[in-house]
Write a protein that binds this ligand. Structure first.
Ligand code: AMP
Length: 115
């Protein structure tokens, strides 16, 4: 059996964190090391998908729910505009291999990826 991820341990109450939003299948916490004025993590409760590519292939409905929950949280904690980041693979900065979306919001227009 693989070890429970840090997010599963948060969900189980073994590691303290404030769950700021929740549905049957997804929960949202504040990132402990925020990189934006609003930095949330939207996380499927199941730990069976390592990254967004596995989630998209294995349960696209859950991925859609994750995006909806992220959007709702961005509306609640900021002005509704947000950036959704899925680090995928260690080389891209992924450190927790339990798929999660970084929801970044609040004053990001200066740091746009676009032109
Ligand atoms: P990633 O590097 O994309 O895998 O993202 C993992 C994220 O989890 C990082 O941004 C960490 O700051 C965050 N993180 C790690 N431990 C905790 C924790 N106990 N509570 C909230 N966020 C955490």
């Amino acid at each position: 059996m693989t070890e429970a991820s840090i997010f599963t341990r948060i969900l189980q109450g073994d590691i303290p964190a404030e769950i700021v939003a929740e549905t049957d299948r997804v929960f949202v916490i504040r990132d402990i090391n925020p990189k934006a004025p609003v930095h949330l993590l939207a996380i499927p409760k199941t730990g069976e998908y390592r990254d967004v590519t596995e989630l998209a292939a294995g349960d696209p409905g859950l991925l859609a729910e994750l995006v909806e929950v992220a959007s709702d949280a961005a509306a609640r904690f900021s002005d509704g505009d947000f950036r959704l980041v899925f680090n995928t693979g260690a080389g891209a900065g992924q450190t927790v291999f339990h798929v999660h979306a970084h929801v970044l919001a609040g004053g990001l227009s200066e740091a746009s990826l676009g032109g």
